[in-house]
Design a protein around this ligand. Structure first.
Ligand SMILES: [Zn+2]
Length: 126
């Protein structure tokens, strides 16, 4: 049986990992290291990459650096923190409203329609 750790426990694991390394250079490494910390609390705990990323982005003690590459923006939820993003609009030369991309009001991520994060870095801020 897999168990889902509580948010508080995930935050503790996140802090322990970043305290140890200072920063972590990929989402996969962050998740793997956090999963190790969580296993010390309960060996049946499992953590998804998505949840690790969202909790890190919203923790208040982690700065997420995002490297963007070509891709297609999927949905309107922030690919960093999961918050709903706002469209960045512009008026074209023909007077039409166009959406250039999306911006997140929570973590500050913004991306054009043809951009997606390709790499995440996580830094401890305090
Ligand atoms: Zn965000």
């Amino acid at each position: 049986m897999y168990k889902i750790p509580k948010e508080e426990e995930v935050r503790k694991a996140l802090y322990a990992v970043l305290k140890k390394y200072g920063y972590v250079s990929s989402l996969k490494k962050l998740r793997d290291e956090m999963a190790k910390e969580l296993k010390k609390m309960d060996s049946s705990y499992r953590l998804s990459m998505r949840r690790a990323r969202i909790i890190a982005a919203r923790s208040g003690f982690v700065r997420v650096e995002v490297k963007k590459g070509k891709g297609k923006m999927e949905g309107k939820n922030c690919p960093v923190c999961g918050n709903k993003m706002k469209p960045i609009r512009s008026i074209s030369l023909l007077g039409e409203k166009v959406v250039l991309g999306y911006k997140c009001g929570l973590c500050g991520y913004s991306g054009k329609m043809d951009e997606m994060p390709v790499k995440y870095e996580f830094h401890l801020t305090r």
